[in-house]
Design a protein around this ligand. Structure first.
Ligand code: SF4
Ligand code: SF4
Length: 213
């Protein structure tokens, strides 16, 4: 799981989707972190072309920028689902032995406002977890996120606690909402992951994450 620009896995390009190009989109240059440039997620890259999408250092851009292709560019989802149009950058990432869909909102609340994003997430959750997060408080290694699970549960994870919303067992009954502390094993794993994340973010101390997008 990562908010950083990285050559993440995704479905193989096929047919017409293999011809996709970024076009007017440059959303990953804003939403994702680029360690090679010490650029935080959620702010425009200094090298984004101010007159339109594109990169002002295209020929010399970091290797990670050359390698990165979001899931849409790799051929997933519909032709019309380009990230700048649906309000999020989507990636399939490996998480232990499984793969999950990561949705990086272009701005807080994109997921709630965009029916198409919700439709994509609902379609994907039948076979894999879907994690949604925005780019607020990107220096907080432990910032909250929403996890949609194949069993129908929605987990709002914040620190070691999770608000779990389960679908009703009988149609017409209300959803069940409970607050749970993560299991001990998960908490231990989480602490380990947090240490690694904090270590990765150490170079960003003092970097601004409040610039205008
Ligand atoms: S988000 Fe995807 S389509 Fe948009 S610029 Fe990045 S790689 Fe290209
Ligand atoms: S260097 Fe260019 S390709 Fe890389 S994030 Fe910045 S604008 Fe995007």
């Amino acid at each position: 799981m990562s908010d950083a620009l990285s050559p993440l896995i995704g479905s193989a390009p096929q047919g017409e989707a293999a011809e996709r190009v970024c076009g007017e989109c440059s959303l990953c240059c804003t939403v994702l972190r680029v360690d090679a440039l010490r650029k935080l997620g959620g702010i425009d890259c200094l090298h984004q072309d101010i007159d339109g999408p594109g990169c002002s250092i295209h020929a010399k851009r970091p290797r990670i920028c050359r390698a990165y292709r979001c899931a849409w560019l790799k051929g997933s989802f519909g032709e019309a689902d380009r990230p700048d149009r649906i309000g999020a950058v989507l990636d399939f990432v490996s998480s232990g032995a499984t793969v999950q869909l990561e949705i990086h909102e272009s701005e807080p609340g994109s997921f709630d406002r965009q029916p198409r994003l919700q439709e994509i997430a609902e379609g994907a959750r039948a076979s894999m977890p879907v994690r949604i997060r925005d780019s607020r408080d990107v220096l907080d290694a432990d910032r909250p996120f929403l996890l949609l699970l194949p069993n129908g549960e929605n987990h709002r994870v914040s620190g070691e606690w999770s608000e779990v919303t389960s679908p009703p067992k009988v149609s017409g009954e209300p959803e069940v909402v409970v607050r749970r502390r993560l299991p001990l094993l998960e908490r231990s794993l989480r602490r380990l992951i947090l240490k690694v994340r904090r270590w990765r973010l150490r170079d960003y101390r003092g970097a601004s994450c409040s610039e205008e997008r």
